[in-house]
Ligand binder design. Structure first.
Ligand code: ACO
Length: 327
């Protein structure tokens, strides 16, 4: 038994923000952004995360010819939900009327969709029928638009898929380096309790530039981690699947920086054409990157039976995850 994708969906906000638009708010240029990241434009919206999630979910259900009542579990991944509680998954469960589903969120940053697929695989083994996975991110909510080194990278989007048990195989590999937590983080707004003195945690004292509620990143450190993590996750997952790397038909990586994808491809001795890339149009939408890409590939008719597909993500934690499945 292995996980089988029954249908996919996504939502990309209409509002496009170009590199040229960024030159009006920070000291940057289209040339710098394209050369260093591969990003030309990204989508940014005021639409709540839960509405983006709901739209992607409805599209995935329609594509999977599945009624909301058939769903047993909704797994949502996000680092930018509208609410601390309840979970994004519970809000979507109510809005789409998936009354038989249990629902909860996962936070594994940009790698979370791969974690969700693995968790879904385990729940399917325990006998669940159909599972809806949704990754929805409004990174614009947690972006510091005065920090040129991060603000040009991020966008908003949601991607979803419906999965069930099928024939074939699924293999995954994960890793975590919590010592790298402070290379990429966004902290909550400060405690407002009137009865105690509010002090910053010691770790945060070291980052006077980090602002409450927005992403802080040491780009160079994350970059180094990302290249190694991508290579390791894909190699390990392919090995567990019983495939040589070059037998993978398609790799859908997290879209953080085109240079990270190029370097990882080189390290893995795989042609760049084997990697799906949409970073130029969407930027980095954290956990939504991979399911949005999967939906684009699926709707272009390019997910064909028997194909071996590798997914790989990495991000804040620091965490990474890779998996290989057969379509
Ligand atoms: N425009 C113009 N100049 C800029 C910009 C900008 N937007 N941003 C930074 N610079 C400048 C810097 O200030 C620096 O100037 P200096 O030399 O005068 O100090 C110079 O460009 C070089 O900066 P670097 O940080 O060395 O640039 P680098 O080539 O490393 O690119 C980047 C930065 C794009 C952030 C890269 O490090 C990267 O992609 N890192 C990985 C990011 C990532 O993978 N994130 C994934 C997780 S995201 C998540 O989990 C939500």
């Amino acid at each position: 038994m292995a996980i089988k994708i029954l249908g996919t969906g996504s939502y990309l906000p209409e509002n496009i923000v170009t590199n040229e638009d960024f030159t009006k708010i920070v000291d940057t240029s289209d040339e710098w952004i394209v050369k260093r990241t591969g990003i030309h434009e990204r989508r940014i919206t005021e639409t709540p995360t839960y509405v983006m999630a709901e739209t992607a979910a409805r599209r995935a259900l329609e594509n999977a010819r599945t009624a909301p009542e058939e769903i047993d579990l909704i797994l949502c991944t996000t680092v930018s939900s509208d609410f601390i509680t309840p979970s994004l998954a519970c809000i979507v469960q109510g809005r789409i009327g998936a009354k038989n589903a249990i629902a909860f969120d996962i936070n594994a940053a940009c790698a979370a969709f791969v974690y969700a697929l693995d968790l879904a695989d385990m729940y399917l083994l325990r006998g669940m029928g159909k599972i809806l996975i949704i990754s929805a991110e409004s990174l614009s909510k947690i972006t510091d638009y005065t920090d040129r080194s991060t603000c040009v990278l991020f966008g908003d989007a949601a991607g979803a898929c419906v999965v069930t048990a099928g024939e074939g195989k699924f293999a995954a590999s994960f890793g975590c380096d919590g010592a790298g937590a402070w290379t990429l983080f966004a902290r909550q707004h400060k405690n407002q309790v009137p009865f105690v003195e509010v002090i910053d945690p010691q770790e945060i004292d070291r980052f006077p530039d980090a602002k409450d509620g927005t992403l802080y990143m040491d780009g160079k450190e994350v970059y180094k981690f990302a290249v190694g993590a991508m290579a390791k996750a894909l190699t390990d997952a392919s090995g567990k699947f019983g495939l040589a790397l070059e037998e993978l038909d398609l790799i859908v990586p997290h879209q953080a920086n085109i240079r990270i994808i190029q370097t990882a491809a080189k390290e893995l001795k795989l042609p760049l054409e084997r990697f799906y890339v949409n970073i130029g149009r969407c930027g980095n939408t954290s956990s939504a990157c991979i399911p949005v890409a999967l939906d684009e590939i699926n709707r272009a008719g390019k997910l064909t039976a028997g194909m071996k597909v590798g997914l790989v993500g990495f991000g804040a934690g620091l965490v990474y995850g890779g998996c290989v499945f057969e379509v």
